[in-house]
Design a protein around this ligand. Structure first.
Ligand code: GRF
Length: 211
């Protein structure tokens, strides 16, 4: 079966990008990263793209550009390698409906995935591990989801929780969370990218049902 072409979007450290590349190299994930897109010229992930020999494109948003103009620039570039899925891995921008439309599948979803460091819908937004620590949560977790037009609200594909009641710092929670992310994201991508699921309305709620 043909490998699914993906483009990873990342703005920072890139540990999830690395986990995805490693899963592909270990043949645990049947995909090919055709490009890495970053909006941050100094992002650590750029060095990782070089290491894994992934074509890397840095496209910062210019002050004069609207969000849609910036995204149009990215969309034009994506046409070169034509990924089937967009995989967000610490991409610090909210994508507009215009961008999502380009990845709409007739099967009723956008072919854009994200990993969020909490059990959504709890703790949306930035610094979710810090939020979990500051709220004194007893457990938190990780969510892999598809995107919709709002922020951190798209159809949930996979979630896993971990206990943080005894955690002494945000860093400790982040380390536990990242370890989980690096396993859960590639694992979940392995069936998302093959589109081995259906989006169904069940009891009035949207469910991602794995085949
Ligand atoms: C991760 O915690 C991810 O869940 C969130 O942003 C962070 C990115 O980390 N969306 P990294 O750049 O993959 O190391």
């Amino acid at each position: 079966m043909k490998k699914t072409a993906i483009s990873v979007f990342a703005s920072g450290r890139g540990s999830n990008f690395q986990a995805i590349c490693e899963a592909i190299n270990a043949k645990k994930l049947d995909a090919k990263v055709v490009s890495l897109i970053s909006d941050q010229p100094d992002a650590q992930v750029i060095g990782l793209a070089k290491k894994f020999q992934i074509p890397c494109f840095v496209i910062p948003k210019k002050k004069s550009q609207s969000r849609e103009e910036h995204e149009s620039e990215i969309l034009a570039l994506l046409k070169i390698h034509a990924p089937h899925f967009i995989v967000l891995a610490g991409y610090m921008r909210v994508l507009s409906p215009l961008f999502l439309k380009a990845w709409y599948s007739e099967r009723g979803y956008y072919r854009v995935t994200n990993i969020h460091p909490s059990l959504l819908p709890a703790l949306p937004g930035q610094s979710a591990y810090a939020q979990a620590f500051n709220f004194g949560c007893k457990i938190t977790g990780v969510t892999v989801h598809l995107l919709d037009e709002c922020v951190d609200t798209g159809p949930i594909c996979a979630q896993e929780a971990f206990e943080i009641a005894d955690a002494k710092s945000i860093l400790e929670i982040e380390q536990m969370g990242l370890k989980l992310e690096h396993r859960l994201y590639p694992e979940t991508l392995s069936w998302i990218l093959k589109e081995k699921f259906e989006i169904k309305m069940r009891e009035g709620r949207t469910c991602v049902c794995k085949d």
